[in-house]
Design a protein around this ligand. Structure first.
Ligand code: DX5
Ligand code: ZN
Length: 235
């Protein structure tokens, strides 16, 4: 696990009429990555935006674009998202029968490969692809919409996945309903990347976004405190 806790604001909660400004603003406000939610109205019951939007925002920031594909089938679209400028491409374990192939394909294109699990999917769904991934994304809401409440049932799954990861250099990302109130519990369970949409894009841009990101980051650090205490107790 990396020492840093990374914050990946979800553009789903941004003002789409001013998307370019919102990307620049949240990047300057301290975002580590930019989370881009791609929804197809089929795998999830909502439609967001596609690869042309990724291409349009790519020149606006040097931050990694963390692209979460909630689409099925996913395989035919991997190349277009890679070419549009995604850095991390995450596919859902539930999106099709050939997860192993999709993950290999993402890495072959020189991108970081991520796999995501819906709340009802057990961690065993990814036990045979652990050596193919750079990131595991645990959904802490049912995918499709921003602004939903965090599902506490996923905390145990996050902890189990952290154990499964062992020493592998894999990020463990949580997505859905993250706020300063639950960030520490997600981190204590083993998450090191926090996606947040509505908890970041509230207020009036710049300074508000910086405060919102700082509040999540500071709260999240509380989730690391027990481990730090244990380490120092052990000498
Ligand atoms: C849900 C998306 C999330 C979500 C995050 O399908 O994958 O990224 O929009 O938004 P909040 O933080 O508002 O739940
Ligand atoms: Zn997402």
């Amino acid at each position: 696990m990396t020492d840093d806790i990374l914050i990946s604001p979800s553009l789903l909660a941004a003002d789409f009429a001013r998307l370019g400004e919102e990307v620049a603003s949240v990047a300057a406000a301290g975002a580590d990555w930019i989370h881009c939610d791609i929804m197809d109205g089929h795998f999830v019951p909502n439609i967001s935006f596609g690869a042309d939007v990724i291409k349009a925002i790519r020149p606006l920031t040097a931050k990694p674009l963390d692209v979460h594909l909630m689409i099925a089938p996913v395989e035919p679209y991997l190349e277009v998202f890679a070419k549009a400028g995604a850095d991390i491409i995450t596919v859902h374990a539930e999106a099709g029968p050939h997860l192993d192939r999709s993950l290999q394909r993402i890495r072959t294109m020189g991108k970081k490969a991520g796999v995501s699990l819906c709340p009802a999917t057990p961690e065993t769904a990814i036990q045979y692809v652990l050596d193919r991934v750079d990131l595991i994304l645990v959904m802490t809401v049912n995918p499709g919409f921003g602004g939903q409440s965090f599902l506490g049932s996923q905390i145990e799954k996050i902890a189990r996945i952290r154990n499964m990861i062992g020493d592998r250099p894999i990020h463990l990302e949580v997505d859905g309903g993250i706020t300063p109130d639950n960030a520490a519990s997600a981190v204590a369970a083993g998450a090191d990347v926090l996606v947040a949409g509505s908890a970041v894009f509230r207020g009036h841009g710049g300074l508000d976004y910086a405060n919102n990101i700082a509040a999540i980051r500071n709260a999240a650090k509380g989730g690391r405190a027990p481990a730090v205490r244990l380490r120092s107790a052990a000498g």
